[in-house]
Design a protein around this ligand. Structure first.
Ligand SMILES: *[C@@H]1O[C@H](CO)[C@@H](O)[C@H](O)[C@H]1NC(C)=O
Length: 389
């Protein structure tokens, strides 16, 4: 709390009081054009460089208007804290080929103590999705906003729509707090995950609304100490840990909490997914609690059989899943199998706990399906548990 308060006060003071030791740099003064047509990438980069070189805390100010940006990378060891205060909308070019093949649109790389307050980013992904659907010759596609090798980042009130691929990607980063974000893409847009995190620690995502064509939040290998709270998810594929265990040597996922969230008509509620092939990966200390499912296809699912295109014949997942708790999960499933725990025959799930679960369908009884899953229950559990005790 003190950190966000600090950031917030700082930015208010920045505008209110010139005497306060903090500098504001307006992108328009650096040549950015709020007309939606002129390429403002260089102006944004110049503004960033000025702010980044400021010895006092500084602000990159983006006034109202629409700014066209090509792929941009904000990097460098800044001399002090930098805050993006965004009142405008940043848009990608319509021509998806002009986004290049790096996979990034707006990239923060190796920066620390950066805040992003407000703003809307529009990846204009429709053309790219169309190319993907036709199976034509398409570029790799760009994630809208990414943080790679970053530290101490605060994002508040950002809206991201129609990303070509992942809306927000976090990799190799530490200590990020994301809140009040809105993410929106059509339910049938391919691979438009909301927020994807991997090889990162101490990441929190709170109070956000995510409606998209893939996972609302996806948590990849090497993620530790992650907190996800008050997410409205759907449409989308739910909140997923995985896919894990694609690589033979892979870091595990440890200490993840997903709490106080609502899933509306999603494919999954909370899912742990791994490839059916050897791997050193694992998932442990995972807590799902206080969740509401509204007409969800797989409200609770562990699936260790993932293997598209028969890439892993007669193999089983090396990913060990342990100490996963499901507490206070209620609502409706659109299929009778409200709980599916399909674990690896060679690495059975252990320490699964089901506590106060009530999942129903409108007119049929729900059931739980288990393979190689061990654990215990507490309180009321509907459907009846199938865990080996
Ligand atoms: C687990 O992660 C949370 C943050 O999500 C952190 O507050 C807590 O200290 C972590 N627990 C352990 C045992 O590291």
């Amino acid at each position: 709390m003190p950190k966000e308060l600090h950031t917030c006060l700082l930015s208010i003071l920045c505008f209110a009081l010139w005497a306060f030791p903090c500098d504001s740099y307006n992108v328009v003064h650096f040549g950015a054009k709020p007309n939606g047509r002129s390429d403002s990438s260089l102006s944004f980069l110049r503004t960033w460089m000025a702010a980044c070189n400021s010895v006092r805390p500084s602000t990159v100010y983006v006034p109202r208007g629409t700014y066209l940006l090509r792929p941009v990378t904000f990097s460098g060891s800044c001399k002090n804290r930098v805050t993006f205060q965004i009142e405008g909308t940043l848009v990608a070019p319509y021509d998806y080929w002009s986004m290049g093949n790096s996979g990034y649109w707006i990239l923060f790389k190796e920066v620390s103590r950066v805040s992003i307050l407000g703003g809307k980013i529009d990846g204009r992904g429709a053309g790219f999705w169309g190319c993907r659907r036709k199976g034509g010759n398409c570029p790799v596609g760009a994630r809208s906003i990414s943080f790679m090798w970053c530290k101490d980042i605060y994002v508040r009130g950002l809206t991201s729509i129609n990303s070509q691929t992942i809306h927000m990607a976090i990799g190799q980063s530490k200590n990020m707090r994301i809140e009040y974000t809105t993410i929106r893409a059509p339910s049938r847009s391919p691979n438009t995950d909301g927020i994807h995190v991997q090889h990162s620690s101490d990441i929190s995502i709170r109070r956000s609304i995510i409606k998209t064509g893939d996972d609302c939040v996806s948590i990849g290998p090497g993620t530790t100490n992650m907190w996800v709270e008050r997410i409205g998810c759907g449409p989308g594929h739910g909140i997923s840990i995985g896919s894990l265990g694609n690589g033979i040597r892979e870091k595990g996922v440890q200490n993840v909490t997903v709490t106080s969230s609502v899933f509306t008509k999603t494919d999954n509620g909370v899912r742990i997914k791994s490839w059916a092939r050897p791997s050193s990966g694992y998932a442990t200390d995972i807590h799902f609690r206080n969740l509401v499912m509204l007409n969800v296809i797989n409200p609770i699912i562990i699936d260790q059989t993932y293997c598209p295109n028969y890439q892993c014949p007669h193999q089983s997942s090396g990913v060990k899943i342990s100490r996963v708790t499901y507490t206070n999960i209620r609502g409706s499933s659109s299929r009778p199998e409200a709980i599916t725990l399909d674990c690896s025959p060679t690495n059975p799930c252990t320490g699964i706990k089901l506590h106060n679960i009530r999942l129903s369908t409108p007119n049929r009884a729900t059931r739980a399906v288990c393979f190689n899953a061990g654990g215990y229950t507490r309180g009321l559990v509907i459907p009846r548990s199938c865990l080996r005790t």
